[in-house]
Design a protein. Structure first.
Length: 305
């Protein structure tokens, strides 16, 4: 009883007054696995958690507050957070760019687009595989609202397990203006509320019955140091870059994070992917990072969280 009285104020003070807050170093055990609490969601959703070993996210509700423990400092999740914080500072393509297994992950960005439809033939090609094809979709709220029928189709493929989808948060509005230098564009445009970009898109995906992954992709792969650190240290998310943006001539290799667009804005990337002769296995993003050899990664662990 005393333990519950001590824990209740800790957990339930983390309301939407500070929804973005991470319980730093606060974890819990569920069925023998460690989970980090990312944030408390609006009722009745419960808590947004990430498994610190598998990197899979989930939503849990509790009849009574769980007992909190100190997080393991060397989990796959904590290691990734430190690794991205120790990367050299860069405005473009800062974040995870390659994995730890001799495989690659396919990411498909769905940025806002005025084009009708989407790359239906491409997705149907993936669906024709014997097993559910692992694909990570970087979804924006704006594209989904612009293309409700297409978004519904993707959700059905997910629900029917025709595709094994990892949902990447790609921002709600994905701001962009033509003729603005890239270093001042996307989230670096004046007036952009980055916190809103992240959490509004996260809430949208949850409302649509999708559990966002722990990965976030900056619009245009453009960031700044303040928002990058906020994303990792406060929101607990892992920024995702790419080592194989196909339309830019970067080839698929083992451990690549492949980037193409499924919104008809970049048909060259789709064409190159379908014609690729690379026969490396393709796996989901969590699997690309959760059980790999972390020896190299541990050398980089200098930044305290």
């Amino acid at each position: 009883m005393l333990l519950n009285r001590l824990i209740l104020p800790l957990l339930f003070s983390m309301t939407l007054l500070a929804q973005e807050m991470v319980l730093k170093q606060s974890c819990l055990q569920l069925e023998g696995a460690e989970y980090t609490l990312l944030r408390k969601l609006p009722e009745p959703r419960g808590f947004f958690l990430v498994n610190t070993k598998s990197l899979e996210t989930s939503i849990h509700s509790f009849h009574k507050p769980p007992a909190l423990i100190r997080c393991q400092n060397s989990s796959a999740y904590q290691n990734l957070r430190r690794a991205v914080l120790n990367e050299p500072k860069s405005i473009t393509n800062r974040g995870l760019k390659s994995g730890y297994k001799d495989a690659y992950a396919l990411t498909v960005d769905m940025c806002p687009s005025s084009k009708e439809g989407f790359e239906l033939d491409f997705f149907e090609t993936l669906i024709k595989r014997k097993e559910a094809f692992p694909v990570s979709i970087s979804m924006t709220k704006k594209w989904a609202l612009q293309h409700p029928e297409e978004f519904e189709m993707i959700k059905v493929w997910d629900d029917q397990k025709k595709l094994k989808i990892t949902w990447i948060n790609h921002g709600a509005a994905h701001p962009y203006k033509r003729h603005i230098p890239i270093e001042k564009n996307f989230i670096n445009l004046k007036g952009v509320d980055f916190k809103k970009e992240v959490l509004d898109n996260e809430n949208f995906l949850l409302q649509e019955g999708r559990v966002p992954s722990v990965f976030y992709r900056f619009a245009g792969l453009v960031s700044n140091d303040e928002d990058f650190n906020y994303l990792v240290k406060e929101l607990g998310l892992i920024p995702l870059g790419s080592s194989a943006w196909l339309a830019k001539g970067e080839p698929i290799q083992k451990r690549s994070i492949v980037l193409i667009h499924g919104n008809k804005n970049e048909p060259l990337g789709i064409k190159l992917y379908l014609k690729s002769k690379n026969r490396s296995p393709v796996i989901g993003l969590p699997q690309l990072f959760s059980k790999g050899d972390n020896t190299i990664l541990l050398i980089l662990l200098k930044t305290p969280l």
